[in-house]
Design a protein around this ligand. Sequence first.
Ligand code: HEM
Length: 226
Amino acid sequence: MSTGSASSDDTPATFSARLKAATWDAHGEAEQQGFTRALLDGRLPRDAYAAMVAQHYFAYAALEEVGRALAGHPVAAAVVDPALFRLPALERDLDTLSGPGWRDRISPSRPTRTYAARIEQMADDPAGYVAHHYTRYIGDLSGGQFIRRVAARAYGLTDTAGLEFYVFDQVGSLPRFKEGYRARIDSLGLDEAAQRRVVRETRLAYQLNTEVLADLERTHEAGLAA
Ligand code: HEM
C-alpha cells in the first residue's frame, strides 16, 4: 500500500504522509491481531463483536471528553469536530447488540483502562491528542468502512442498526473529509520536535489499541477457533 507522496529522497513531502509512513508498521500489528483477523474473516461471534463495541465505548468516552475540553486550543482545533463524535452511535449500537441494561453489564478491560487513562493525560498535550484522534477517527473512516460491510454480513444486520459507529453521515464524502483532515494537520506547521511527538504518540496509540484487541482475543478464545 502506498504510504503517501514522497519527495525524491523518499522523505515524505508532508507531515500527514510522514505520519502514515512512520506508523504504518504499527497499523499492521493492530490489523494482524487474531481478534481482528477473525472479525475480517466473518468468524467472530456476535457476543465477541459486542464486547469490542463495549470497549470502544470507554475509549471514545475519554477521546470525546478530552476533545471537548481541547476544542478551543489551536492545535487540537485542527482535528476536533463534533460531526465525528461516536459516543451516541456506540450507545445505540450497544442497545441493538447487547439489549437494554447493557450499561450495567459492561466494564473497561485493564488495557482499555490504560488506553483511556493515556487519552485523558492528553488534556495537557494537544499535539499528543491529535495523535489519538487521528489513530481512531481516520481509522474508522478507512478500514472501519470495510469492517462495517463484513459485520453487516456476519451478524445479519440489514440496515444501520448495530453499525452506527461506522456511519459518518455528518461529514460528507469520506475521501474528501480525510483529504481535508490531512490538509489541516499539515497546515499546523508543527516543528520537528512536535512532529516527532505526534508520531511517537500515534505509535503508542496503535500499541494501546493492539493490547485492547489482544485482551479481547484472550477473553473470547473459545469462540475464535478457526
Ligand atoms: C480491522 C482491520 C483493519 C483493516 C482491514 C484496516 C484497513 C485500512 C486501510 C485499507 C487503510 C488505508 C486507507 C487509505 O489509504 O485511505 C487504513 C488506514 C488507516 N487505519 Fe486501518 N485497518 C484496520 C485496523 C485499524 C486499527 C485497529 C486502527 C487503529 C486503532 C486503524 C487505523 C488506521 C488509520 C489511522 C489509518 C489512516 C492512515 C493514513 O492514511 O494516514 N486501522 N486502514
